[in-house]
Design a protein around this ligand. Structure first.
Ligand SMILES: [Zn+2]
Ligand SMILES: [Zn+2]
Length: 209
């Protein structure tokens, strides 16, 4: 699996990743401009790490051939079109789109010559997911963890700092070589340690019991 980063510098859009495998996949699609530049018909699926506007806005009104399916965790899929998208923070209306495949924890997305494992990581939103590819030890972390020990905010609708701690506790059990975050740069620099730092920060943010 090869990963291309398709993102534009406008800070209110998330990273979009194009995964080249026997079956191509897209992770997150916040930018209409990015969507226009990608051969979406050549992707088997568009996988959304969570519902937030900056990751999903380009899905609104997007015409997809029947071959390209949209995937999202059930807990966020059921909140499509509501304020849970945080669209109002971007001065926009909640994107409306159809989810073809509802994801659950442990689901596997088959890309022909590689497989993405779905890890349900609530905290930033109830239906946030991370995607782990075993062969390359890649983690697509959405807004759950960011490089250098940063973490996703938990003060938006459906956020939970306790859930975030539990979710990052699961991520530290993985062996990750490359981190593909929802925002910021891709990093391959001692990623396991970076995720441990994120867990520390999440626990510190939560404060003593
Ligand atoms: Zn985001
Ligand atoms: Zn978000």
């Amino acid at each position: 699996m090869e990963v291309r980063v398709d993102t534009f510098s406008r800070s209110y859009e998330s990273n979009t990743f194009w995964l080249s495998a026997r079956k191509n996949a897209v992770v997150d699609l916040g930018s209409v401009m990015t969507a226009k530049q990608l051969p979406l018909d050549e992707a088997c699926c568009i996988i959304l790490t969570h519902l937030h506007y900056d990751h999903t806005a380009a899905l609104d009104g997007l015409k997809l051939s029947g071959k390209t399916v949209v995937m999202m965790h059930e807990a966020d899929a059921k909140a499509i079109g509501t304020s849970a998208s945080a669209a109002h923070f971007f001065g926009a209306r909640a994107p409306k789109f159809r989810v073809d495949t509802v994801l659950t924890d442990g689901a596997e997305i088959d890309l022909g010559d590689s497989t993405l494992r779905v890890i349900h990581t609530p905290g930033h939103t109830p239906g946030s997911i991370c995607l782990y590819e075993v062969q390359s030890k890649s983690l697509f972390s959405g807004d759950t963890v960011f490089p250098y020990g940063s973490i996703g905010r938990t003060d938006l609708p459906g956020g939970s700092s306790r859930d975030l701690i539990r979710s990052i506790s699961r991520l530290v059990t993985l062996d990750v070589s490359v981190l593909y975050p929802g925002h910021g740069e891709v990093t391959a620099n001692n990623v396991n340690e970076q995720i441990k730092q994120s867990l520390k920060l999440a626990k510190a943010a939560e404060g003593p019991e």
